[in-house]
Ligand binder design. Structure first.
Ligand code: ZN
Ligand code: ZN
Ligand code: FE
Length: 754
């Protein structure tokens, strides 16, 4: 039937609930603007679920409103879903932004720290500006946040800026709604704000006119400086002088772990590294993470910066103090976290002096205290998108949207690379990088940070989720609290953390390639094929069990895994002379008698074994080192792969071990063997996935676990699975390693139906 030409469109009223990252990102003013432009009436409001909108008007206009809402939201917003309900029109006469309840306003989200913005930079280097060369310049769009906030609501007196009283000029900016420093809590200037000092290693203040220029001079002379940043101290030195970098390594006891670099600008990064697609955007983002890039052989960076690697971790300056350090000719600095070996990063002035005085020659510090320590974030780019290695400064405490959350929980994370996660409503708040919960210092900072997050979020968790491992400090933490708790298996949590990113409920096939995690049968799991839903998992299969000779010790000594794999592959009839010299004969007797030889199905240990067998690494200084070097060694152009056997969903790699030995004996070079090994693993995964699709109807695959930090493996697996029409999900919001575990635990716990 044809429509009557002049009939008015019917009036409609909609109630919308917009979920996702929609608070503290300018969403309500945006809704107000769009609604007003379309002459629609109603209101918008923030509440626990997200943004609520009631909107009334004619049908076409409402549709236009919805289109605009979904296609042009504010830049920092991330809409996850919009619930729509149609109601009887009631004749609103205007559109307004409603005030939320006070208790809710108090819990409005705390912002992460942000890199110095372009406007502030312009002033910083403008000799006419009153903040010319002032190292604490900031505004509403940049500067410290998370690291200086003691409590909410976010007001100056609740930050570490409380002791600095604003001068009249600063105060008038602060109160002027049209000024870009309106309500900028850390606002300051040379007259009223914090100051920098240069100290010698005994902590004595050095009488110099310009501490920053003096620091630059010292760096150029080859000195090592501790520099106070946003979330802690860095150790800085000249990355082009091998003797200086080597000396830093010696003093820091950092064995072989790579040092990060800070470059003056993008031009310098391009001189040192190959800039792949997507990297530039990340480097320049206000989060300013360390981005791991392929280094150029021509870069002249000292070999001790990143031993055994073909990559460099680089970042750009993110505080005014950093920018000032790159005046006077410095182009690049080592900027590694200020700690000894695996201890937490130093952030309190006195503590830093004590702990770092044996490493740093001088301290470039200041009197704005850091309240929460926060390490730099670290990432790589995978297929143009970010892949986290460590999610910390710049990203914390930005929430991640959790689908289907029913209760507020505290997820305690894993033992290594620990983060915890607190949920409030549909938001998951992952903590900054806490570190390895093996020493008392780190455990204390874990407890302190949990209390801090609870305070900032005004939330008391109803449920604790911890790892199945009975001896973890985080497990003990949970057992001591008088709060209901759930234990979940490590690799189940890995799968869930990836599912949480996409709101998947399963069933999906979880392919977890990992180091170690406590298994439900009390063995050590690590290469797991799981059928997963948000409610539980079925272990379809895994890498065939093998002993870890000497238990944990095998992690530091990959040759032990090499030896046991050869032992099994050749039924005890053949091993390498090298292993005999390392003491295999004796160890082997121990394994036979079952002495300290736990069973494992770990992919990390298989990587270790292969890198030892091909003669790359018999010992490592940190977990994963052998695997990283194997990835570096692999020649992507090499063809071919090795045989393996499958029994159901249990993969036996012994035929591959035999074939590798044959290749080596035939004089095939190690780069080729390393590549064939990577290809073989991806073929194993494909076969498992195909079987799971045939037998279990699983079409969607999630990839998680520390081994997927290996981009070569990740790419081979993703391409192979996608080429065979699987839907593949990989991590983009949290790391595939244990730093992402707490999100998976929280996803499970927050949906738990008791
Ligand atoms: Zn700014
Ligand atoms: Zn001032
Ligand atoms: Fe893990």
């Amino acid at each position: 039937m044809a429509r009557e030409p002049f009939k008015r469109n019917p009036m409609k009223r909609l109630r919308l609930t917009v979920k996702g990252i929609v608070q503290g990102v300018g969403f309500r003013p945006f809704v107000f603007k769009v609604a007003s432009a379309l002459n629609l009436k109603g209101w918008v409001l923030n509440d626990e679920e997200g943004v609520k909108i009631e909107i009334e008007g004619d049908e076409e206009k409402l549709e236009e409103f919805l289109r605009e809402l979904l296609s042009n939201p504010p830049p920092r917003a991330e809409i996850e879903e919009v619930e729509k309900e149609e109601l009887e029109p009631i004749g609103y006469s205007s559109f307004e932004i409603k005030e939320s309840e006070e208790s809710f306003e108090r819990s409005v989200l705390v912002s992460p720290d942000m890199a110095t913005c372009e406007d502030c930079l312009r002033e910083l280097f403008d000799p006419q500006d009153r903040r010319y060369r002032y190292p604490f310049i900031n505004c509403t769009n940049c500067g410290p946040r998370f690291t200086i906030i003691k409590d909410v609501p976010y007001d100056r007196d609740k930050t570490t800026m409380a002791s600095f009283k604003m001068c009249p000029d600063c105060l008038s900016e602060y109160h002027n709604p049209l000024d870009r420093r309106f309500h900028a809590q850390p606002n300051a200037c040379p007259k009223c704000g914090p100051k920098v000092f240069l100290l010698d290693r005994e902590g004595r203040k050095m009488e110099v006119d310009d501490p920053i220029r003096e620091a630059i001079k010292l760096l150029k002379e080859g000195k090592i400086l501790a520099v106070k940043g946003l979330g802690g101290f860095h150790l800085a030195c000249d990355p082009f002088k091998e003797e200086v970098v080597w000396e830093l390594r010696r003093r820091k006891w950092r064995e072989d772990k790579p040092f990060a670099l800070m470059c003056k600008n993008l031009e310098v990064v391009k001189e040192l590294c190959f800039l792949e697609e997507g990297a530039e955007k990340l480097l320049l983002s206000k989060e300013r993470p360390i981005v791991i890039l392929k280094g150029k052989p021509s870069s002249r960076i000292a070999p001790s910066v990143a031993p055994g690697q073909n990559t460099l971790g680089v970042m750009l300056p993110y505080t005014p103090l950093h920018h000032l350090l790159f005046e006077d000719g410095i182009r690049c600095l080592v900027m590694t976290s200020g700690n000894i070996s695996d201890e937490p990063i130093a952030y309190k002035d006195q503590e830093a002096l004590e702990r770092l005085s044996k490493i740093a020659d001088f301290f470039l510090t200041h009197n704005r205290p850091i309240w929460m320590r926060c390490d730099d974030s670290v990432m790589k780019v995978f297929k143009g998108k970010p892949l986290f290695f460590r999610r910390s400064r710049g990203y914390v405490p930005k929430p991640i949207f959790l689908k289907g959350a029913k209760r507020n929980v505290l997820a305690l994370g894993a033992e290594l690379k620990n983060t915890f996660c607190i949920t409030r409503g549909s938001y998951a708040f992952l903590s900054h990088h806490i570190g390895d919960l093996e020493n008392y210092e780190t455990f204390r900072s874990f407890e302190e940070a949990i209390e801090h997050f609870k305070k900032l979020l005004r939330v008391e968790p109803e449920l604790l989720i911890h790892d199945l491992h009975p001896d973890y400090l985080s497990t003990r933490y949970a057992l001591e609290k008088d709060i209901p708790r759930l234990a979940i298996q490590h690799h189940f949590a890995h799968a869930l953390s990836c599912m949480a990113e996409y709101g998947l409920e399963g069933p999906v096939l979880g392919i977890i390639m990992d180091g170690t995690g406590f298994g439900e049968d009390a063995t050590i799991w690590g290469c797991e094929f799981l059928e997963v839903t948000t409610e539980g998992f079925l272990r379809l299969g895994h890498l065939k069990y093998i002993e870890m000779p000497g238990g944990e010790k095998a992690i530091r000594e990959p040759w032990r895994m090499g030896a046991i794999y050869l032992e099994k592959a050749f039924e005890g009839k053949w091993t390498m002379d090298r292993y005999k010299e390392l003491g295999w004969e004796l160890l082997r007797e121990g394994v036979k008698r079952g002495l300290n030889a736990p069973l494992c199905s770990s992919m990390g240990r298989l990587f270790d074994a292969v890198s030892s067998i091909i003669g790359l690494r018999d010992m490592v200084n940190y977990e994963g080192q052998a695997a990283i070097e194997l990835e570096v060694l692999a020649d992507p152009k090499a063809q071919g792969n090795y045989p393996f056997e499958m029994d159901g969903y249990v993969v036996d790699p012994l035929p591959m071990i035999r074939a590798i030995v044959r290749d080596l004996e035939a004089g095939i070079n190690r780069s080729q063997v390393a590549m064939r090994f990577h290809r073989t693993i991806s073929k194993m995964i494909l076969q498992v996935a195909q079987r799971a699709r045939e037998e279990r109807g699983l079409q969607e695959v999630v990839l998680s676990g520390g081994c997927f930090q290996n981009l070569l493996l990740l790419e081979l697996v993703t391409n192979l699975l996608e080429g065979n029409h699987f839907k593949v999900y990989t991590h983009h919001k949290v790391p595939p390693n244990d730093g992402g575990i707490s999100l998976g635990q929280a996803y499970y716990g927050s949906r738990w139906r008791s």
